[in-house]
Design a protein around this ligand. Structure first.
Ligand code: ZN
Length: 178
């Protein structure tokens, strides 16, 4: 029996431990069906016919997010990582600011759900502690992004041109950070 969703073959497994049919959409968009031993192929096909649209929607959702970086946040991680996040932020700011030469004041680390960083008009910079868990390229992009807000307090063309001077592939890096 073969079933596909959006052109990708569904992996079908029989499991002696399964009591019902289970359909799983993995985070990479792969679909698996786990069914009890001897489960009827007709019932399986009917299930996929009925739920096809719902499954496709889920697959598309995960496919779209596939290249995004996700880091779960927790209070314990924040406490554990905030010091190294601060050290990293300071040293990379010093590095990039040799080029930009902006004036910044306080650098702090926060535990935020949705933001990677922010810059205030007063010149204070804040970063999410999760920068400590990012690949260096992504981390540098975030640091340069906030640093450049001290020159351009907006997301104008000028702002991105400023970012691009040190991070030419900012577009690609930005896309993977949600
Ligand atoms: Zn910004």
């Amino acid at each position: 029996m073969e079933i596909s969703i959006l052109g990708e073959r569904v992996e079908i497994q029989e499991s002696p431990r399964a009591r019902h049919l289970r359909v799983i959409v993995e985070v990479d968009g792969k679909v698996r069906a786990v069914m009890p031993v001897g489960y009827s192929g007709r019932k399986l096909a009917a299930f996929f016919e009925e739920k096809r649209r719902w499954i496709e929607k889920k697959v598309l959702y995960f496919q779209k997010r596939k290249h995004k970086i996700h880091i779960k946040s927790s209070r314990a991680d924040f406490l554990r990582l905030k010091k190294s996040a601060l050290e990293l932020a300071i040293s990379r700011l010093e590095h990039f600011n040799q080029f930009y030469n902006f004036q910044y004041k306080k650098v702090s680390i926060r535990n935020q759900k949705t933001r990677w960083g922010s810059a205030s008009r007063k010149g204070n910079l804040q970063f999410n502690y999760k920068i400590a868990l990012l690949p260096p390229e992504h981390r540098d992009y975030i640091i340069v992004h906030e640093l450049c807000h001290l020159g351009e307090f907006n997301h104008s063309r000028n702002f991105w041109a400023l970012v691009a001077k040190q991070i030419p592939n900012w577009r690609e890096l930005r896309k993977t950070l949600s």
